[in-house]
Design a protein around this ligand. Structure first.
Ligand code: BTN
Length: 250
């Protein structure tokens, strides 16, 4: 806590040793109207949640398992932009704390040397026209030395790449500092500057890819994303496809 340089992100930290999921606790606190920027962090999650109903492997003491409570005054449709903002903040924070360069694979995986390092899960409490709170869950593999067989080939950790253990508190602090700066910029100037930073960090953008969607594969050049994070793919006939959901191959 001593090294934290933010005004409200992470000023109030709820720390737990073992929880089912930090998302669940953050949801409860958000309903109890805690301050914006409150963070829930745990040493271990036994029911860690990933996107699309998947589980998120969160073994004790090795990762950063955290959920952040925000209360932005924006329309609910814009909430997904905060996931993209979080990805940029995490990449910058990791770089500041460790010198490692990660990149983003659309829609929102953070990869280190092509393997998954970070997952981000955004949930919200909202009415159709008003956000009550946005809960941004961030899971970072920090000091794992190995992974379960199912994910061994596709997952990595900061320590595996650095060859030494990495201080989790320092990484968290620099992510919070980056997050607060970007969030202030977002509230003042909107999404455009964040979108440009996101695109600059995304390996998916500016190259030839294949997007495998439920209705088939489309090959083409990834031009960028829209304001809603939809991927724009130009095929060889010059037609632009909007990709809402797909697996990407390079
Ligand atoms: C993904 O599927 O890539 C998203 C994974 C998100 C994991 C984090 S860990 C902290 C927070 N609590 C959870 O249960 N999930 C998120």
């Amino acid at each position: 806590k001593a090294g934290l340089k933010t005004n409200y992100i992470g000023k109030h930290v709820v720390y737990e040793k073992s929880v089912s999921s930090t998302q669940e606790i953050a949801h409860r606190l958000a309903r109890e109207k805690v301050a914006e920027g409150t963070i829930v962090v745990a040493d271990e999650q036994v029911g860690g949640k990933g996107r699309l109903g998947r589980a998120w492997f969160s073994p004790i003491g090795t990762g950063i398992w955290m959920s952040m409570i925000l209360k932005p005054k924006i329309p609910p449709q814009r909430a997904p932009q905060l996931t993209l903002l979080a990805a940029v903040a995490v990449i910058r924070g990791i770089h500041a704390a460790t010198g490692l360069h990660c990149d983003i694979k659309w829609p929102n995986d953070i990869l280190l040397k092509g393997k998954k390092l970070v997952g981000i899960l955004t949930e919200m409490q909202a009415d159709p026209d008003q956000i009550h709170s946005v809960i941004i869950g961030i899971g970072i593999n920090v000091n794992q030395k190995n992974f379960p067989d199912e994910i061994k080939e596709i997952a990595t950790s900061l320590s595996l790449e650095k060859g030494e253990d990495v201080n989790r508190a320092l990484v968290m602090q620099s992510i919070m500092a980056e997050f607060e700066q970007l969030y202030e910029l977002f509230l003042k100037d909107g999404f455009l500057p964040i979108k440009q930073m996101w695109e600059a960090h995304a390996t998916t953008i500016g190259r030839r890819i294949t997007a495998r969607t439920v209705s088939g594969a489309i090959e083409g050049f990834a031009k960028g994303i829209t304001e809603d994070g939809v991927l724009l793919l130009e095929d060889d006939f010059g037609t632009i496809h909007k990709i809402y959901s797909a697996d990407i191959d390079f």
